[in-house]
Design a protein around this ligand. Structure first.
Ligand SMILES: Nc1ncnc2c1ncn2[C@@H]1O[C@H](COP(=O)(O)OP(=O)(O)OP(=O)(O)O)[C@@H](O)[C@H]1O
Length: 624
């Protein structure tokens, strides 16, 4: 029985909304006050209506005693003023409540996205999810501001007015209550349809938001590839689909409204006929007849308000469900309940920074292992280059080192401490990953550099820029450090963005540096300048380079050749050239006896997932 109730459509409709109510926590008292204010203003509205018709009837009776009329007039003025006051209070409280709850929800969504983003989503996907989820949160604001109070009031209001009506006119006053109950059952009858339509509307809205986000973020690529018209078509098609969904939603809502209007009309006419009959037979005084009609209308007022809300419940419920999906998404790494407290973040100068990978296994999905038992020990201050064909798992190791993911089995240790026992954020203070496509925030050169070291002086900033061979360029700009950078660094070249990221690394001065080396953006001159920069950045610091260039590989004290989920060979560049045919083949060394890499290497290297091995081969060779 309980199970059936839980699976009923209304319960499913309300389930996500009720679960989200838990975020209200400390705001519960605000909800109680807002609901009571709403009940008060509706009671005063009903009283004002009843008093005004009572007053009119008294005046029409032309009684010589003016005392009753005076009392009724005074009561009417008081009721109107109180109605205005409580309407204002309720509106104020309900919006404060809604904004506080929405603020809490926004923070929860933000936390969830931060928790699942590093590994779970690429940046663009995170933007889409954040955008459409925040739109869902906005939809909930209306619910919190206008619904919660109305829902409680839909029960309290009709009961209170009915009590007054029954006191004045007797049991026939219950007709209005029956009408209000009938009115509230209408949305429940359509609940299943409404739930489906609500989900469809929110899903289409989410798709449209995602397409718009993608369009805005990749506008350059879209225009460069001549895909503007196609993108516009996609936006138009998504808009049309959304409009279609909204039309069917509105159609059902319109039918519900028509049925509700019929119920209100039938109840009002029924009350009119019954009470008129009673006046005619002397069971009800003529003065109370208009009062009964006004109170009948007042019985409906809260029910009509909640009816309007219930009609939108499908959409609100779907929005709540989508927000919960994000909030409930599991983290890619779970912080240890009692994380190890490391001393203040190490730096190159502290001599810390030994890294060990102990039999590390990892796959993004259980069926597709990427690393199958990698064991690697890197001493503090050592520079290790990781090489391998595209898709061999080099960047995956980088992600594991900064704890975007945890190994499926095995361990990664930082100065002997398992990474799993250190909070993810703390790990990233010691281990800095400079990725292939560094992201710069909208702001200035200075504001971006200060992200790496908030208390750095301008002198330190210039030093870092000079180390990164970006100083002369920035000095030549009229605004210098105050030069504005567009969103995602759009106003800078790829090479300049990369140097700015390296300047940030100089400022951060981490104990361990993980460089996911890019193969693009740099001309030969810049590359050799940057090589020198990276050498000075590496000095005395544990550095792991995901290497794409021979010059970088040659500079490393050790080269690790990743292949087929494990380490195939390791040693210095020269050792590997003389001992490993696979390595010679990978880097396209002239002494390689395998003109075609496919002849010498196992199949998984020659046809890597998502990569062209010959392109890789040429890639290393070109830059020797
Ligand atoms: N977030 C992810 N979700 C699922 N699979 C992924 C993800 N990231 C990488 N992969 C897959 O894992 C494998 C290893 O990818 P990885 O990026 O580590 O390779 P790589 O050696 O760094 O390649 P490249 O040299 O091209 O950058 C590839 O098959 C890739 O498709």
């Amino acid at each position: 029985m309980k199970q059936a109730l839980r699976n009923s459509t209304p319960a499913r409709l309300l389930g996500p909304i009720i679960r989200l109510l838990t975020v209200m926590g400390p705001q519960r008292m605000l909800l109680v006050r807002s609901t009571l204010s709403m009940t008060a203003y509706q009671m005063f509205a009903a009283a004002a209506g009843a008093l005004s018709v009572g007053l009119a009837a008294t005046i029409t009776a032309q009684s010589t005693d003016t005392r009753v009329a005076t009392v009724l007039a005074a009561g009417l003025i008081a009721a109107v003023l109180a109605n205005g006051l409580f309407t204002w209070i309720e509106s104020w409280l309900s919006h404060v409540l809604a904004y506080r709850v929405i603020e809490t929800l926004r923070l929860r969504v933000h936390d969830a996205i931060e928790r699942i983003t590093p590994a779970g989503m690429k940046r663009r996907r995170a933007g889409e999810v954040a955008g459409s989820t925040m739109a869902d949160v906005e939809a909930l604001e209306w619910f919190y501001a206008h619904t919660l109070g109305s829902a409680a009031n839909a029960v309290l209001g009709p009961l209170a007015v009915t009590a007054a009506l029954v006191t004045l006119v007797g049991p026939t006053g219950l007709i209005a209550l029956l009408g209000a109950i009938a009115l509230l059952t209408v949305p429940w009858l359509f609940a299943a349809l409404q739930a489906r339509q609500g989900r469809e509307v929110r899903t289409e809205l989410g798709r449209l938001t995602a397409i718009s986000f993608e369009g805005a973020e990749s506008l350059r690529e879209i225009l460069a590839l001549g895909l503007g018209a196609r993108h516009l078509d996609e936006v138009r098609a998504a808009t049309r689909r959304l409009q279609r969904r909204k039309r069917t939603f509105a159609l059902r809502s319109g039918i519900e409204t028509a049925i509700a209007d019929a119920i209100v009309a039938i109840t009002t006419i029924g009350t009119l006929l019954v009470q008129a009959e009673r006046v005619a037979t002397g069971q009800l005084s003529a003065t109370l007849f208009p009062v009964a009609l006004v109170l009948t209308a007042a019985t409906f007022a809260p029910a009509v308000a909640i009816f309007a809300v219930a009609q939108k419940l499908g959409e609100v419920s779907a929005a709540a469900e989508r927000v919960l999906d994000v909030i409930d998404a599991p983290a890619s790494v779970n912080d240890h309940p009692t994380p190890v407290t490391l001393p203040a973040a190490g730096s190159a100068a502290t001599g810390s920074g030994a890294v060990s990978l102990e039999n590390v296994h990892f796959g993004y999905s259980p069926t597709e292992p990427v690393l199958t038992g990698v064991t690697l020990r890197i001493a503090a201050g050592e520079t290790v280059a990781i090489v391998g064909v595209s898709g061999s798992g080099k960047s995956t190791i980088a992600s594991l080192l900064v704890r975007f993911w945890d190994p499926t089995s095995g361990n990664i240790l930082l100065d002997g401490v398992p990474l799993r026992s250190i909070a993810g954020n703390r790990v990233r203070e010691d281990v800095l990953l400079v990725g292939q496509h560094p992201y710069l925030f909208r702001g200035t050169v200075r504001s971006n550099l200060l992200l790496a070291k908030p208390d750095a002086s301008d002198r330190e900033l210039w030093n870092a820029l000079d180390h990164a061979v970006l100083g002369p360029t920035i000095r030549a700009w009229p605004d210098g450090l105050s030069h504005r950078i567009g969103e995602a660094g759009a106003t800078m070249s790829g090479g300049q963005r990369q140097r700015l990221a390296l300047a940030q690394a100089f400022l951060r001065d981490p104990a361990i540096l993980v460089l996911d080396e890019t193969s693009a953006h740099l001309d030969a001159l810049s590359e050799s300048e940057l090589g020198a920069t990276i050498s000075s950045l590496r000095a005395g610091r544990t550095t792991i380079v995901i290497a794409h260039r021979l010059a970088t590989i040659a500079r490393a004290s050790r080269v690790v050749f990743l292949h087929d989920g494990g380490i195939l060979v390791e040693g210095t560049h020269h050792e590997l050239i003389s001992t490993s045919e696979e390595y010679r083949s990978l880097i396209g060394h002239p002494a390689s006896t395998s003109p075609a890499i496919s002849a010498a290497l196992p199949r998984s290297i020659t046809t890597p997932k998502g990569g062209d091995n010959n392109a890789d081969h040429r890639h290393y060779a070109d830059r020797d």
